[in-house]
Design a protein around this ligand. Structure first.
Ligand code: ADP
Ligand code: MG
Length: 394
């Protein structure tokens, strides 16, 4: 990796301002439902502690919109982190201020201090330089391990780097390494799988994948717009009439570049999302007017299997059907199993598709499941993410 990591600098005796992504899901009682994000940050925190640093952690949680929201305090996160790491976790009640300064000053090597939810401060999302400077004044070094927010330029993940040397943590390093491997000189053939609800969300990813992929397999609601562009009647299927031209453009570009753009040849249709019993498999030229396409069909799955078997690199964003309904998750599950069985280097990214692959129970066999939703997508779009750009080069 081009960027410096915690291993490239000396951390002994330093106070390290460490941006992590502790934006965990909470239930109505404010309890943590899943602590994967906290666990993902542990290797970096443990390393810093074992090397004799004091760790000042900063994270956002939810959307408090620049104000204190009692329900979004990081208190339960501090408690869970304390359990997981087996050491005391001190916590401040404010993001910055005299209490924070005092606690940071008295922090000893091997100790952990968690700041209050950074999005309680109105300057955080505005990337206010005064707030960034206040963070920097607490520490000697900035470590960024919050890949999930790397596409945003906020005070705690970008602004602070103007005042402190900035390096990557291990989670950030893992994400950058895996995602770079999929985009820069990937081993061919490269097969990209793109699903999800809308083309609008995926245009830039599709254009970028056209430059790296040998084949692109399309599914989900967005494939419906492509099918519509080819002239098929889509019945009640979700599709975007105003994106039909865009779909045509992408098909032409694929042809010009010799990229094998594989559209569904058959689909699972149903009368609506609650009518699993009405599901049937039909060819794309026979979608009944009163039904909607909710999943890729059986022939399509077999076609996709051939491409996936031949692949040396696989990138996948977006589920291939309405996977939230078990009856319509079969295409996504079948393809997840194909990717899991493949020897190829495989990366899956996107909030929903990662959830679908976890549900399918095959996440262990995927080379890399990306933890960033929007950040992963922007990386695949070929954009430079501000939260990565600020880290020092090796
Ligand atoms: P990701 O989070 O993986 O990037 P998206 O957010 O783009 O994926 O899309 C996920 C959503 O797409 C899911 O809620 C799923 O129900 C929906 N979807 C997939 N296929 C269809 C379809 N055929 N019709 C309607 N919605 C679909
Ligand atoms: Mg999504």
């Amino acid at each position: 990796m081009r960027k410096k990591t915690v291993k490239d600098v000396s951390v002994k005796g330093k106070k390290v301002f460490t941006r992590v992504d502790f934006n965990v899901p909470l239930n109505d009682q404010g309890e943590i439902i899943a602590d994967v994000k906290i666990k993902a940050a542990l290797p970096t925190i443990r390393y810093l502690l074992s090397e004799g640093a004091s760790v000042i952690l900063a994270s956002h949680l939810g959307r408090p919109n620049g104000k204190v929201d009692e329900k979004l305090r990081l208190t339960p996160v501090a408690a869970r982190l304390q359990e997981l790491i087996g050491a005391e976790v001190l916590k401040t009640d404010e993001v910055v201020g005299s209490q924070v300064t005092r606690m940071a000053e008295s922090l000893q090597p091997g100790q952990i201090l968690l700041l209050e939810n950074v999005r309680f401060h109105p300057g955080e999302k505005k990337n206010d330089p005064r707030l960034a400077k206040a963070y920097a004044e607490l520490a000697d070094l900035f470590v960024s391990d919050a890949f999930g927010t790397a596409h945003r330029a906020h005070a705690s993940n970008v602004g602070v780097a103007a005042y402190l040397p900035a390096v990557a943590g291990f989670l950030m390093e893992k994400e950058i390494t895996a995602l770079s491997r999929s985009l820069h000189n990937p081993q061919q053939p490269v097969v990209a799988i793109v699903g999800g609800s809308k083309i609008t969300d995926k245009i830039d990813v599709l254009h970028n994948f056209l430059t790296i992929a040998d084949a692109i397999l399309l599914g989900g609601g967005m494939a419906n717009t492509f099918l519509r562009a080819k002239g098929y009647n889509m019945g009640k299927s979700l599709f975007e009439p105003d994106q039909v031209e865009q779909a045509k453009e992408i098909m032409e570009k694929a042809q010009a570049k010799g990229v094998n753009l594989c559209l569904p040849v058959d689909v699972t249709v149903a009368t609506d999302l609650h009518a699993a019993e009405s599901a049937e498999n039909v060819p794309v030229d026979a979608i009944p007017p009163e039904k909607m396409a909710v999943d890729v069909g059986e022939k399509t799955r077999a076609l996709f299997a051939e491409q996936i078997k031949a692949a040396k690199t696989i990138v996948w964003n977006g589920p291939l059907g309405v996977f939230e309904v078990p009856a319509f998750a079969q295409g996504t599950v079948a393809v997840a199993k194909m990717v899991a069985a493949s020897e190829a280097f495989s990366i899956i990214g996107g909030g929903d598709v990662v959830a679908a692959v976890e549900q399918a129970g095959v996440s262990e066999q995927i080379s890399h499941l990306s933890t960033g939703g929007g950040a992963t997508l922007e990386f695949w779009e070929g954009k430079e993410l501000p939260g990565i750009a600020v880290l020092q080069d090796k």
